[in-house]
Design a protein around this ligand. Sequence first.
Ligand code: SF4
Ligand code: SF4
Length: 326
Amino acid sequence: MDRGPSTVGTVYDIQGFSVQDGPGIRTTVFLKGCPLRCPWCHSPESQRFHIQLSWQRSKCVGTQECGLCLDRCPKSAISAAGSEPVDPAGNDAAGGGAVATIDVDWSRCDDCGVCAEVCPAGALSMWGKRQTVQEVLERVVKDRPFFERSGGGVTISGGEPLSQADFTLALLAALKQAGLHTALDTTGYAPWAVVEETLPYTDLYLLDLKAVDPDAHRAATGVDNAPIFESARALAARGARMQVRIPLIPRFNDGRETVQEMGRFVSSLGPAVTVVQLLPYHAMGVSKWDRIRPQGPVFEAQTIPEDRVAGLKAVLEQWGLSVQVH
Ligand code: SF4
Ligand code: SF4
């Protein structure tokens, strides 16, 4: 099993200057692929494990000006579209107005990437890139001065990083060897044997919990929550430090009873949990669905009013938990 600097993983983004993914200023490495299918996911481009095409109409300069992708697709998935307003706000590459762009027939596309190679505007691009641990390490250590000044470090997120276990373990080990603070943003949905191996290299776990009720969890995410709760209990028993993150989703887990159950469970983990972060639903992911292969109805809901969030925060605090709203 290869777990060294040459171990390869599928990374879909590396973002510096994050202040939401653990202490201090952090660089977050996002890995592709997740076994859960949360309909409210704000990064749907992270769900599939393979590298996939992204089509962003607002960036296309138009087939009149460019047209380089036409006739390039081996699957005949790209065709010229009629003129249409690209972005009334004028944020498109062509400067607003009506531009003749293209259509992608997703039923034909096999994500080969040929069209993305020729697109000069980045309108056609690929989500995901195969990278070695060494390549990722070389990128993130550039941010070391920011980590040192702020008490920050590197967070591995996703997708679900534990689904690329060899890569995640090799990267965590390399980061520790480089003397960097490490955080692992995980659903906890992985065999305990895998989670356990991360313990020597992980300073902080950012554990995402969605629902205590197994049926509700399975109906929404497609997977059983028993392994998640097993991971949480076992991490607590081993003295791991955890921040628990709860996405507050309208009509799913924003009822007082549901939050009560969550508070009961999280408080049972004891002092391992340093803070609970409530993450009220926002619709940021909705527009991203347009850029990838359509996958069925997109979840849309109203943002939960602030006073209601404050009430749910108070419910958690009654369990003696330190709670932040993000
Ligand atoms: S990624 Fe899809 S649309 Fe682009 S060339 Fe390949 S098959 Fe055609
Ligand atoms: S290559 Fe890119 S910019 Fe050019 S027409 Fe195709 S999508 Fe638009």
